[in-house]
Design a protein around this ligand. Sequence first.
Ligand SMILES: Cc1cc2nc3c(=O)[nH]c(=O)nc-3n(C[C@H](O)[C@H](O)[C@H](O)COP(=O)(O)OP(=O)(O)OC[C@H]3O[C@@H](n4cnc5c(N)ncnc54)[C@H](O)[C@@H]3O)c2cc1C
Length: 569
Amino acid sequence: MPVRIPSIFETRRHQAFPVLEPAEIERMRRFGTVRSYDAGEALARVGERGLGLTIILSGKVDITLHDQSGQVVPIVAYGPGSFMGELAQLRGRPYLVDAHANVAVQALIIPPDRLRALLIAEAELGERIMRALILRRMGLLETGAGGPIIIGRADNGDVLRLAGFLRRNSHPHQRLDPEIDLEAKELIERFHVDPGQLPIVLCPNGQLLRNPGEIELARCIGLVGPIDPDRVYDVAVVGAGPAGLAAAVYAGSEGLSALVLDCRSFGGQAGASARIENYLGFPTGITGMALMARAYNQAQKFGVEMAIPDEVISLAADGDPNNGRFVLKLSNNERASARALVIASGARYRRLAVENLEAFEGASVHYWASPLEAKLCAGQEVALVGAGNSAGQATVYLASQVAKVWLIVRGADLAASMSRYLVDRIAGLPNVEVLTQTSVTGLEGGNGVLEAIRWRRRGSPEEVHRPIRHLFLFIGAEPNTDWLSGSGVALDSKGFVLTGSDTRQERRPLETSRPGVFAIGDVRSGSVKRVAAAVGEGAQVVATLHAVLAAARGETADIVTAPGREVPG
Ligand SMILES: Cc1cc2nc3c(=O)[nH]c(=O)nc-3n(C[C@H](O)[C@H](O)[C@H](O)COP(=O)(O)OP(=O)(O)OC[C@H]3O[C@@H](n4cnc5c(N)ncnc54)[C@H](O)[C@@H]3O)c2cc1C
């Protein structure tokens, strides 16, 4: 009999649904306003914009959601001292659950900006509330409840693309396969959808999208909203990987107004890491997504605005040098302005030079090895190309999920490019076969589905042909700097951003050839390509930003980094 894994709502119920003391509620009153609701009245409806944190002062509120077949499922009932909300309420994003007054209710409503102020002003209480908001989101993620429903075949490339996008943004969602799920068939008939138009996405606000792009989907579910074109932020950060998120956390916590833009999701490359074992303070390792989700929530707690997904396509070259602002143009024709700019756009995976690769990307060729991909390959043989640490981590993870991993390496020795601990671990895995001095020579299949892979060992006339349906590529990265073309920011010969003395101009550390524009993390020429290095540079750049912003205001920076030492300007 299969073992039922208890949900977070069951194992950590006391932390997910705490009851506040009357004295604590008294202290919270200054952050909100009291509202009354009649019995039966809705306090929240899935898909509607959230009002903030709702603390029940009297009465009872029923929290429910709809399951895949549209049935109402009770989650929890809140009485006096309980509070209603989850992570979406930090920024007033749409509700993921329904809430109705069971009897007449009085509630204290704390709007998102005041909630963030409360979390900072009330450290211990803030920690308990923040933990509850995170656990509630995790509970919703476990069930997928409250989010959009993707309907399409489980192995369809667009289904994987949309599910991957929502998973990387920690947004609950459900998937229904019309070949397996009765509800999917019913929904397809109800909405008169031709099977050729799949996948479709049903959004919580009732809208139906046909094979949408990520930005269209994000807008529909309220993940991202329009940017105020008149607002000038202290700093705009391009990229929400470890470098960008670190800059955001330090900027937000030190009182700067910050906007972070990312074209994909938070976490960057680190979000793709199955297990980061060399990040300080995590002796048993941590998944990249878990580490990055913490940083993302932390930045939002400090009031940083997130525009994800939003792609920056250019940085205006000139503008009025006296108005002291940088203008970013986005792919959706919006603009964002800031007094200082941090480039943290990192690097993107390199693609294999083999014919037909594009045809198989999505369903059969993968650049991530997450549980989503692992489920697709369960019990099968897979091939993985790469010899760096990211390839090593993915191999170790996949070996625990699949029948066999063929690790294809161009060089003569794994140890030349991979950390010793990973080389040793791979050597101990019975279902991994390492093929050195070998290259993929061909891909075979049809309709986007791979059926076989061919490879050849250097100097060997024989080409191996193996029936493998999934190919993983971890072959390094190139800088994401196309958007800087024409901006006046100087790059090195490989396209990485030059900073400091490398610009051959008088610049602060991490400052690019354009004063007031900084570069941190993997995108920076000469940077150490590690999470810790990216995070360190994110912290360092904020200290310099204070000096730049103060200079722009004609002041001197007064942020103190250590007793008696001022931030270098
Ligand atoms: C699978 C894998 C495993 C790894 N494991 C480890 C490990 O165990 N330990 C370790 O120390 N390091 C590891 N690394 C390396 C580490 O992840 C990187 O060094 C780190 O993520 C770099 O951070 P970053 O913020 O500079 O850039 P990135 O992580 O690359 O983030 C850049 C972000 O910018 C966004 N972006 C790019 N262009 C634009 C644009 N025009 N507009 C808006 N947004 C844009 C991207 O979408 C991305 O989210 C691993 C990398 C991979 C791929």
